[in-house]
Design a protein around this ligand. Sequence first.
Ligand code: HEM
Ligand code: SF4
Ligand code: SF4
Length: 382
Amino acid sequence: MKTNIWTQIFLVTEDLLNKISTSKYNPLYYHGALPQFIMYILFLSGLLLFAYYVPTIDNAYFSKNLVNAYTSVAYITNDIPFGAVIRAVHRYAGDAMVVAILIHMVRVWFTDRYRQYRWVQWESGIVLLLMVLFIGQTGYYLIWDERSLLLTRMTVSALEVVPVIGEPLRNWFLNGRTISNLTLSNFLFIHIGLSFSLLFALWIHYVRMSRPVITPPPALNYILMTIIFAVVYFFPITATKIADLNSQPTSMDIDVFFLLPYAVLGALGTTGFWISMILITAALCLIPYPFTNKKPVESAEVVDSKCTGCSFCFKDCPFQAIEMVPAPAGSRFKLLATVKPYRCSGCGVCVGACAFDAIDLPNLLDSDVNEKIKQLANSQSA
Ligand code: HEM
Ligand code: SF4
Ligand code: SF4
């Protein structure tokens, strides 16, 4: 068991939260479900903003209020009923999403759930994190105030130094060689397109988990929404200055949840920025590597003649390695369990789940499995 100072801090925090909220509502037990719920808030509030947002720098529509991106954001904030609230909910829910993801990461790291066959969840999680951070950054470009202009120019300076593909990258980012009306439609496309792509990335994240907890209890959702509304009330979004392509803003407020990479870019320059980003990402990706299984695993095997198709093993397998298929013609039963060897970790859970002795690990007798379970139970209680 881990016994260092960090372990003590984690255990004390968990214990304290259990005392405050009881274990039924302890947010640490819904660490994956909370970012998922916040994503729904972001989709809904984003949809409402999208209805009035105009992705241009100038004069695409000659309406009084909806002339460009900046004035459309001002219109949403000042003229649409509850527009300012919806905008602030969208922004602060984005911040809450980053906090929730970081808590989720720390929790799965602390409980060692990223090891062995869960490396897919860890690596897909890193992709999700990077996507969420970039979506948030593009959100800041969309407002098209002085900060958006500075962020856009800083991004261009970072992209242009990338060897070989620097120029095409810049042209893709700006939707042309320079900033134009088309640039903002590209930012909007990236912002919304990547947000929907999160759903696909989440599918990969969940594909090997049989029962991921993706819905927090309603009480926890209400508390979360109350916290977001309280932040919206006490910290309303303040007006900023429109971007002026003929001037160069030199400083900006940094949102620590999304814009820290720009602080790094400002402090270290483009080369230092890329080196530090690549090193941090590589270090995060390599965390599960020492714990991946390098020995081939003998997967579980079903004894077809004994299998009744009861599906207990299918429900209990933590890696979605069992599939229920129609039983062959002439069988007394309707279903038959089959094992997908490429997903099987050889954990033996299915052996314990089967009441009919119909599934086995070839090199492990039932008595060995029972011994393994006993040892595990003893080490947990020690
Ligand atoms: C949009 C962001 C994310 C969402 C919505 C999300 C959601 C979830 C959910 C719902 C689960 C199942 C939790 C359970 O059943 O207890 C899960 C598991 C997991 N996640 Fe994430 N996740 C996200 C990002 C990340 C990140 C950034 C990492 C780490 C780099 C990560 C690593 C993992 C791991 C290792 C598991 C397996 C834990 C287990 O087996 O209990 N996730 N995730
Ligand atoms: S041993 Fe059984 S429970 Fe474990 S992963 Fe393989 S099929 Fe699933
Ligand atoms: S638990 Fe046993 S009997 Fe039931 S489906 Fe699985 S292998 Fe067949």
